[in-house]
Design a protein. Sequence first.
Length: 320
Amino acid sequence: MNGREEHSLKIQESILKKIENEPDVIKNFYYSMQSNTERTKQVYVGYVTTFCKYYDYNIYDLKPQDITRYLEEKVHYRYEGENKIENRESVRSLNLFAIKRFYDFLVENEMCEKNPTTKIKPPKIREDKEIVYLTPEEIEEVSNNIMDGCDGWRYRDLSIFLLGCETGLRCSAITEINLDDINFEENYIRVTEKGNVVKEVYIGNGLKSILGMWRFDREVLLRKKKVKCDAFFISNRRERISQRAINSMIEKYTKSIGKKITPHKMRSSCAMNLYNKTGDIGLVSEVLGHRDISTTLKYARAGKQDKINASKILDDLYRK
């Protein structure tokens, strides 16, 4: 079983456990999403279950204004202690998309006359939001923080961190890498990315060397416990490392930076640093695996060096 299949099976088991005591409509909605990944099903089922409970499952005759009220009261904001915080537009949009998909399911199965969400528009995504990423100097600082960490695990943590920053791999894809997915002879890793796309991700000699050091430490750690594990990145319990564990790890090692860094910011760091160095948005799009280059354009808009270069070109042009 490859890492992606193992991960999907665990998510499936988690979903089924959570919905075992929910009404059949939730279970049937889950089983209706055959074309979606287990992660998408998990998110949609979670959002829809919360929505249904808000209305005590009296959801069959709701009006558009009822949906809008729910989105405003329960989705637009969240509370952290006594602080009221606005949720990101992407979170609010995903909630709406999940509810839309749920009502499509109800209409298709003749449990509801029409979809009350049809004319409700998702919030506009603000494109002027600053992209948070780590500069090369900050990446070096975090790498040093990691090397000052726990013996036996430092090369695991450094490998995960640099894989994200150098290849732009998503955190989920990193956790799913198996030992036999890495070709140390030809410098590439076989990964299954979003949409079940299998690709070969090439790595430099420096990163390969660090991965090799972790491979050695990993074998020692597994041998001590007399266990076997297909996963390349293992936890203290000698099991496949989780995304939550990586999130905690990144948070610990980036405290000195003064930025809120999540695992996804490693991907942003890869994109921004590659674009700032090359100015080639097509190359960035290829590395990140974006199907549509418009998805990658936010990194070009955020690239300061291009704007600085443009100002110098115009300044020289007008002063010849």
